[in-house]
Design a protein. Structure first.
Length: 144
């Protein structure tokens, strides 16, 4: 049986390490490379996901990075280039998934009567997604 762990990498504890021992693949979400933007988007610093990725590298755990590209937040070329440069040295990264922002989750917020933090934001264009893919391809990433 093949096991995968889908995580933001926020918690790296002894229990997490035990789970990783029986995990074949880690899907790690990277929200933003910029520390201030990461804090704004998630409410926490980016230190924990970086430590998590460093641990995955240390133990040689196959990893897929997932990054949502949000117009006006994580889609500028400078941010994308910085993320590609940051990720490039990691040998455990088998592939990178660039995920275009979409509005499909709005109904969940409406049902919970919680204001949607990205209200009014348009989905990422196909052209912009392709441009982001080209940035990461320059760093030899396998893009999905």
């Amino acid at each position: 049986m093949h096991t995968a762990l889908d995580t933001s990498g926020y918690i790296l504890s002894e229990k997490t390490k035990e789970v990783l021992e029986v995990t074949d693949l880690v899907l790690l979400d990277i929200k933003a490379q910029d520390p201030d933007l990461h804090k704004k988007l998630t409410g926490v610093t980016k230190e924990n996901p970086v430590q998590f990725l460093n641990y995955l590298e240390e133990i040689g755990k196959p990893t897929w990075i997932r990054h949502v590209i949000v117009p006006g937040l994580t889609d500028n070329d400078e941010q994308l280039e910085a993320l590609a440069q940051f990720l490039q040295p990691y040998k455990v990264i088998e592939r990178l998934e660039l995920l275009p922002y979409h509005c499909m989750g709005i109904h969940k917020y409406e049902q919970l009567r919680i204001p949607y933090p990205l209200a009014g934001l348009e989905p990422l264009s196909k052209e912009r997604l392709e441009h982001a893919r080209e940035i990461f391809k320059r760093y030899s990433f396998t893009i999905q």
